[in-house]
Design a binder for this molecule. Structure first.
Ligand code: PEP
Ligand code: MN
Length: 333
């Protein structure tokens, strides 16, 4: 729509599109409104709407990810989670244990990471483990503990949902739903999470291209949920020194192709605690909108992913350096 288009003109164009039996996805920008029209070749019927009042132009979107791409949505998306902005000027740091293990563990971690500068608390309740014999997470009990930690600290919480049947349950406790790397192409789960209306963090699959990741995000956005955060968490390569290979160039690549915020996970990408600080600093320098870091008061006794966990002290000292790097590129943290 042209920048001077009125609300009524926008509404009447939307009604007209619906009368053709097509779905719309309006994007209300600062300068102008873009009405996304979803469909196939039949969508060409809209071409004769060119003359309608307020219509500036009708442009086919060439990027395969119609709504995750920058073509239809040039302005960056900023997601507000309980007052914490992800995708804005400040780098949002997400920290917490791989898995919620007990009340004592979570209540020691949550206030400590908050004091160090974390803005969101993470904690796994349903753990997707490679072995069925490994600790699988405390389930709903962990969700209740996360909600209590939020009440005590004010930090919004993020936790993974692994099963479409649990989306409603997890949504009642969590502020951000996480779709794990192994589930990036679980399209039933993506659709359910999209319908939940909750902000989502979608992790890149270990063997997924950036294009695959953006198309997976598209599954959620077409359900009406545009609050999608993308997470680079390392990909599978032949290298064995690290658990995965952190693809840091994916950060500026995604930011060029998409308006969605990008978070880097230095923990799962490296699998080794001594690499977490350097990769976190590099991620911020590369333009990441946030990082997600695993911390544990006693990594040696962690039930999950101890070798990659930072201690509370290590996290605190990393945050000092991270803020310094952020300020060089004009951001806070
Ligand atoms: C996690 O963040 O808890 C996790 C399991 O990560 P990923 O899905 O990236 O392996
Ligand atoms: Mn983990």
């Amino acid at each position: 729509m042209s920048s001077g288009a009125t609300g009524e003109q926008v509404e009447s164009v939307i009604e007209k599109v619906h009368s053709f039996g097509l779905r719309t996805h309006p994007i209300y920008g600062v300068q102008k409104t873009v009405i996304g029209i979803i469909g196939d070749e039949k969508t060409r019927v809209v071409e004769n709407m060119q003359g309608l009042p307020g219509v500036e132009s009708i442009i086919p979107i060439l990027q395969p990810y119609k709504f995750a791409g920058r073509e239809a949505h040039p302005d960056p998306t900023v997601i507000d989670v309980g007052g914490v902005k992800i995708g804005g000027v400040d780098v949002a740091v997400i920290a917490g244990p791989c898995a919620v293990e007990s009340e004592e563990q979570l209540m020691e971690i949550a206030p400590s990471v908050k004091k160090s500068g974390a803005r969101v608390l993470r904690g796994g309740a349903y753990k997707p483990r490679t072995s069925p014999y490994s600790f699988q997470g405390l389930g709903e009990e962990a969700l209740k503990l996360l909600a209590r930690a939020r009440d005590e600290t004010g930090l919004p919480v993020i936790t993974e949902v692994t099963d479409p049947r649990n989306v409603e349950l997890v949504s009642t406790y969590a502020d951000i739903l996480q779709v794990g790397a192994r589930n990036m192409q679980n399209f039933v789960l993506l659709t359910e999470v999209g319908k939940s209306g909750h902000p989502v963090m979608l992790k890149r699959g270990p063997s997924a291209t950036v294009k695959d990741l953006l198309l997976a995000a598209e599954y959620m956005i077409i359900e009406g949920n545009s609050d999608v955060i993308l997470c680079e968490r390392g990909i599978t390569t032949f290298e064995t020194n690290t658990r995965n290979t952190l693809d840091l160039s994916a950060v500026p690549v995604i930011k060029q192709l998409s308006h969605l915020p990008v978070v880097v996970d230095p923990s799962h990408s490296t699998g080794r605690s001594f690499l977490v600080e350097p990769m976190s600093l590099a991620a911020v320098a590369a333009g990441a909108d946030g990082i997600m870091v695993e911390v544990h008061p006693d990594p040696d006794s962690a039930l999950c992913d101890g070798p990659q966990a930072l201690t509370l002290q290590q996290f605190d000292s990393m945050m000092v350096k991270l803020r310094a790097i952020a300020s060089i590129i004009g951001r806070g943290a």
